[in-house]
Design a protein around this ligand. Structure first.
Ligand SMILES: [Zn+2]
Length: 480
């Protein structure tokens, strides 16, 4: 199914969602939208889709109202562009993040956003360990990066060496926990037995914190030379979730799905190519729209970077966070045509995935007076919404939260606005830490692809997108 049809269908869902005020209408719409999503995901039955189109068009016609926010297809297009191969996962390999920065700066210019302090860019440098490629063959099976295995982001370059395998025993470790004496004996044996070998940590199903800690920190018990020519293989039952590291350690470590483990494991081949860069250059993107009241500022932020590319595996980061960038650009598009009450600063941060590096740099090197910020809205993971939204810091700022709730009660824009306390898990955090009132909003629902190669544009339902635009536009206009 092509995207224009997809968009039209979905958009009709939102038009009815946002403007079908009658309750019965709402019910019809909800079943209609969820049927649509179910069909899209599971059946792709053309006949049903055509019937649905007819139903949608009728409902659209009956609702007889126009949306304030009609650029869902523009958002879809932007997400497809940012997640395309040309941007290499917006990371540290093949200049992906850099290309995305140039592209997004052009988008700011097209929207006629003003520069901040004479510039659209704020450049900074940072250390990063770039995993450029990784391969692994176990039991004669070539594993797929990001799906079957990952490498620990602090890994060094390492090529295959034929070596015996040391199998760590989680059961023996658990048994040793009965006394300090037994544990010391276990660790002594462990240190002797691992010498000169590859190390395999089998999958374990113990929920023991000390075991998890031991697994995690095991490599740091050994001197770097122990790890010179060997690798460490962790098997896990958990979902594989990629991440980045700002340092390189002496290890070369693989994290592998537990289904590839067996007791007679054969390590046929592997390699990791990584490069530690001490001064990687990255850029935050900035723009503003002057409000009717120029003294106060509402800041709207989103990170545009993601995890990049390893070998031929791209981490597209559609949900995280091409969706948030599209959300912020759509707000900018609306307010570039409708002057806001307060001035608005739009900031797209780099290097969030490496640990909020871009936003922290801005807070430490601001390009405007941070005291002018009335409120900051950060958006990250905006591609779903069928289960509503959750807002970090909403329990810290109850009045601001109540205003959102009130708008939603009147207009029924999202199924729920879930409260949450503080959490340092996205770019609002460095601002919040110095006392700037801020919300971090993310959507609930969606297929659950996170920091993996499956987080693709076609997996986003954008269920809440248009209605949530409406919600935040109203909120921005009504904030006292
Ligand atoms: Zn994110």
């Amino acid at each position: 199914m092509s995207f224009p049809n997809f968009n039209k269908l979905l958009f009709n869902c939102f038009v009815i969602k946002a403007f079908g005020f009658k309750k019965s209408f709402d019910k019809l719409m909800i079943s209609c939208c969820s049927n649509f999503l179910e069909m899209l995901t599971f059946r792709r039955d053309m006949k049903n889709i055509l019937t649905l189109i007819a139903v949608m068009l009728t409902l659209d016609f009956l609702s007889g109202q126009e949306s304030k926010v009609e650029n869902l297809s523009a958002a879809q297009e932007l997400i497809e562009t940012l997640t395309s191969d040309a941007f290499s996962g917006r990371g540290y390999h093949e200049n992906g993040m850099d290309k995305a920065a140039d592209f997004l700066k052009d988008e700011f210019e097209k929207l006629n956003l003003e520069k901040i302090n004479g510039t659209y860019f704020q450049e900074f440098s940072m250390p990063i360990n770039v995993i450029k490629d990784a391969k692994l063959t176990l039991n004669n099976k070539v594993l797929r990066y990001g799906i079957d295995f990952l490498v620990k982001p602090n890994s060094k370059t390492q090529y295959f060496h034929l070596k015996p395998i040391y199998n760590f025993s989680p059961t023996d470790f658990e048994n040793a926990l009965i006394s300090e004496e037994n544990l010391i004996k276990f660790i002594e044996n462990d240190m002797t037995a691992q010498h000169g070998k590859h190390v395999v940590f089998p999958p374990h199903h113990f929920e023991i914190d000390s075991l998890n800690r031991y697994y995690k920190n095991w490599f740091s018990f050994y001197r770097p030379e122990e790890n010179r020519n060997r690798s460490i293989f962790y098997f896990t039952k958990d979902k594989l979730t990629a991440s980045l590291s700002m340092r390189q350690d002496s290890i070369a470590a693989f994290v592998i799905k537990d289904e590839f483990y067996d007791e007679n494991l054969e390590i046929n081949d592997y390699m990791i190519e990584s490069e530690f860069i001490t001064d990687f250059k990255a850029r935050n993107i900035l723009g503003k729209i002057e409000g009717r009241n120029k003294d106060s500022l509402i800041v709207i932020t989103s990170h545009y970077d993601h995890l990049g590319k390893v070998g031929s595996t791209i981490f597209p980061g559609a949900s995280d966070n091409a969706s948030g960038v599209a959300f912020v650009l759509n707000l900018a598009a609306y307010f570039s045509k409708n002057q806001p009450k307060y001035s608005l600063a739009f900031m797209l941060f780099a290097a969030e995935e490496a640990g909020l590096v871009g936003s922290r740099y801005f807070v430490e090197n601001p390009l405007f007076d941070l005291n002018k910020i009335k409120f900051l809205l950060n958006f990250d993971i905006m591609g779903a919404g069928e289960n509503g939204i959750q807002i970090v810091n909403s329990s810290i700022y109850p009045q601001t939260y109540d205003l959102l709730q009130k708008i939603n009660q009147e207009k029924q824009l999202t199924p729920q606005i879930k409260k949450r306390g503080e959490a340092c898990n996205s770019d609002h955090c460095p601002f919040y830490e110095i006392g700037i009132p801020s919300f971090f909003t993310y959507t609930l629902g969606g297929p659950g692809f996170y920091h993996d190669p499956m987080d693709k544009a076609e997996t986003l339902n954008l269920f809440g997108f248009s209605a949530l635009q409406e919600l935040f536009i109203e909120w921005i206009e009504k904030l006292e």
